[in-house]
Design a binder for this molecule. Structure first.
Ligand SMILES: [Zn+2]
Length: 165
């Protein structure tokens, strides 16, 4: 952040809702959201009423998308601080426990180390845990990471015919 803070903002053209343009708005940083969309933090110098009397300069700051921006010819934006989407945790690093309430009963999948897992559980990898979870009656423990991590993977696999969202 210290390196980013020392950089002057890059000039960029901002397109306003009514079609006007501000030729040299200030572009501070860009960030990729979880859904892949890029957003850009820009600043526009404005006036505001000063306490007492008169006016004073103020900067309006907001996040916009590339649809509201137009690069200026000859302005290099490669040095603008950029934060890419943080990658999701690699499921292969997880260990899981398959627990049964009774012999032959339905499986509950836990993250290894979950205090709700019974003593009868055995530790398995993500592939095996997903297979077990896909069986009828199997459930993911809501008290550990099992539901949060495994269910989205499982549902994604089952819905591959249709695009997400
Ligand atoms: Zn659990």
């Amino acid at each position: 952040m210290t390196a980013a803070a020392s950089l002057p903002p890059a000039p960029i053209t901002l397109i306003l809702p009514d079609g006007q343009t501000i030729e040299r708005a200030r572009l501070y940083e860009r960030q990729q959201l979880d859904n892949g969309l890029w957003v850009y933090r820009i600043g526009v110098p404005l006036w505001q009423t000063a306490l007492g009397s008169g006016v004073e300069p103020v900067e309006y700051e907001t996040w916009v998308t590339s649809a509201q921006l137009r690069p200026l010819p000859g302005v290099d934006l490669s040095a603008v601080p950029t934060r890419r989407r943080v990658s999701v945790p690699e499921p292969a690093r997880w260990a899981w426990v398959l627990a049964r309430r009774r012999a032959g009963g339905a499986v509950t999948v836990h993250a290894a180390g979950c205090h709700l897992a019974t003593d009868h559980g055995r530790e398995v990898g993500t592939e095996v845990a997903l297979d077990a979870l896909a069986r009828p009656g199997a459930v993911a423990c809501p008290g550990c990471d099992a539901a949060e991590v495994l269910l989205p993977i499982l549902h994604h696999g089952q819905n591959q015919a249709s695009p997400d969202e």
